[in-house]
Write a protein that binds this ligand. Structure first.
Ligand code: PNW
Length: 587
């Protein structure tokens, strides 16, 4: 059975040695030189029209308020335990708190919010619309717009209504046959899309149909670790196929019946970066094949009308075929490229016959292994975040962006998700002091800027996520937010929101007044390690003190990070010797 990429990474994590520090000193010196001479390390080059947004999804924040009908995720967590059920039922109570949340976001300068709609709230099994559900989203949109926030709407972010399952459904059975594995879901999805476009379409400028079909197929139907918990190696290819068709038919409808709305539409495709573990031609080819699967499985059909040739060669008849009509329908079914990107890994060719623990989607051994270290170094590809699968590799984002540019005709790209989780700490002050996330943002935006300099047509970046939220099976334990959510009321009322330092920092981007964004994230082959290490360095306690002092001076025209640079005058990144506090070594 093929395990989804980040599960594989999780397995591979064991036994990784710590990074060596070599190239960092050089990088730091170069950056210091620039700073000492009194000019910022680099000028910002984000165009004035560049969108800096934030993301959320319905199931992760709303909770079950308003008698929300059940989705496969409610079923799935009910097989896991009481904790998971409680977390799913509560979310972060966005269903009740959306008005205050809109205000909080507006205060922080949010103008673009990626959000998904809950399909179960909106449609019944018989194909009729649930008008109370639509009224709810009208109110949410109105609250957002009143505060100048534009909703970027995703129709589906994983919460399939249980009525799509053939056999559900007694609560808590956890079983769901059919759904995305059954081609009949395409019709249901298009009916849902139609109801949404007609009722909520006015004024929505950016849509996506499905968020991460690859994750749903792999994790939900291949690895069985997401809803609906299936472990059917080959079913995942069928699921992916049905998702492409559902997406393409919804887009065809949108373009035909709703062209007067003049919105743009896409599908959120997640792709990690697969870097060859060595310069050998086998590893290079294996990594390219891995990228064909990672990005090309869904992007190739959309831009070329068929799956990548390497997937066809490897998977043969297990990979469904498009009819001529379907191929034409899928090809060209997006107006922009919506990319979700979180991490990178190395790929190593596996010689035929050599035993490998990692199976491909045909159920046969995969001709490559996913690893975290390269041939030439024992250093992991990037510092691990709170989640085992997430390694901080800004240059990986640059490479994905450039691959999209090169292979798919330089489309407009919106990075619709990118983010990092950081564990809760013993006090609220420490939990809010997320310097690692501040560095992460600068590093990944630096990599974005670098890709743009090389010609990638990136028009927006959305940080995932605005709030800590229910991180699927990991629940409240994983915190991706720019805003801390006090689930248990440790520091005041339950569910109160507390802005983290990173929100203030990202505000300067959203407000358009960041001045120096790219001092950390540039991708350069020769200094890969240095780049990663500089990205994962962190302010020392002393420097954090300076940072607070400077922000206290309310320097409105410079970013917090630039202000810290100015305050320290000579340092871009902290010296590693100063960075051994286990809580500040993340980014
Ligand atoms: C995203 N990978 O999924 C989801 O869209 C969010 O709902 C979720 O909260 C966020 O990740 C954080 O986990 C991912 O392959 C899918 O690296 C795939 C990957 C990463 C994230």
């Amino acid at each position: 059975m093929r395990v989804a990429s980040f599960c594989v990474v999780l397995l591979a994590v064991v036994g990784v040695a710590s990074a060596s520090e070599t190239d960092l000193a050089q990088q730091r010196r170069a950056a210091q030189d620039d700073t000492v001479r009194g000019r910022p390390a680099r000028r910002p080059t984000f165009p004035a029209t560049f969108m800096f947004g934030v993301g959320t999804s319905a199931w992760q924040i709303e909770g079950s308020g308003g008698d929300r009908p059940r989705s496969v995720w409610d079923e799935f967590v009910s097989t896991l335990g009481d904790r998971e059920v409680l977390e799913a039922e509560s979310g972060i109570e966005f269903h009740e708190r959306y008005a205050q949340d809109a205000e909080l976001m507006a205060d922080a300068g949010v103008k673009d919010l990626k959000m998904s709609l809950s399909w179960p709230r909106l449609m019944r099994a018989d194909g009729t619309a649930i008008e109370e559900g639509f009224d709810y989203y009208r109110k949410v949109f109105a609250a957002l717009r009143m505060h100048g926030i534009e909703p970027h709407v995703t129709l589906f972010h994983w919460d399939t209504p249980t009525w799509c399952c053939k056999n559900v459904t007694t609560a808590s059975s956890g079983v769901c046959d059919g759904a995305w594995a059954d081609a009949r879901i395409v019709k249901d999805f298009v009916a849902y899309a139609d109801a949404v476009f007609s009722r909520l379409g006015d004024g929505v400028k950016y849509w996506t149909t499905i968020s991460e079909p690859k994750t749903v197929a792999e994790m939900g139907y291949g690895a069985g670790v997401h809803a609906p918990g299936k472990m059917e190696v080959r079913e995942q290819l069928r699921v992916g196929h049905n998702m492409l068709l559902a997406h393409a038919r919804a887009v065809a409808l949108f373009r035909k019946k709703y062209s007067h709305l003049s919105g743009k539409i896409s599908i959120n495709l997640n792709s990690a970066w697969a870097e060859p573990a060595s310069g050998s031609s086998e590893d290079v080819r294996a990594a390219n094949d891995a990228m064909d699967e990672e990005l090309g499985w869904f992007a190739d059909p959309i831009y070329t009308g068929d799956y990548p040739a390497s997937m066809r060669a490897r998977l043969g008849e297990f990979l469904p075929r498009f009819t001529g009509e379907e191929s034409l329908l899928v090809k060209g079914s997006t107006d922009y490229f919506a990319l979700n990107h979180y991490t990178s890994y190395y790929v190593k060719h596996v010689a035929e016959g050599r035993a490998s623990g990692q199976l491909g989607m045909s159920g046969k051994p995969q001709p490559w292994d996913i690893t975290l270290t390269s041939e030439s170094s024992t250093a992991p590809i990037g510092k691990q975040a709170q989640s085992e699968w997430l390694h901080v590799v800004p240059w990986g984002l640059e490479k994905v962006l450039l691959r999209i540019k090169q292979r798919y005709g330089n489309p407009q790209i919106i990075i619709t998700e990118n983010g990092i989780d950081i564990a809760e700490r013993p006090s609220i002050e420490e939990s809010l002091d997320d310097s690692q996330r501040v560095k992460f943002l600068d590093a990944y935006l630096g990599a974005t800027q670098e890709a743009m300099r090389k010609g990638a047509n990136v028009i927006g970046y959305f940080y995932w996520s605005i709030f800590d939220n229910v991180e699927w099976v990991d629940g409240r334990a994983k915190r991706f937010g720019l805003v801390y959510v006090d689930y248990d009321g440790k520091y005041g009322d339950k569910m109160l929101r507390y802005p983290k330092k990173s929100l203030e920092h990202y505000s300067s981007y959203m407000r358009g007044d960041a001045v120096s964004v790219a001092s950390l994230g540039a991708a350069r082959e020769s200094t890969v390690e240095g780049t990663i290490k500089s990205a994962i360095s962190s302010f020392s306690t002393k420097r954090q003190g300076e940072l607070h002092a400077v922000t206290g001076m309310a320097l409105t025209m410079v970013s917090v990070f630039a202000a810290a640079l100015m305050a320290s005058r000579v340092k871009v990144t902290a010296n590693e010797d100063e960075v051994h506090d286990e809580h500040t070594t993340l980014v």
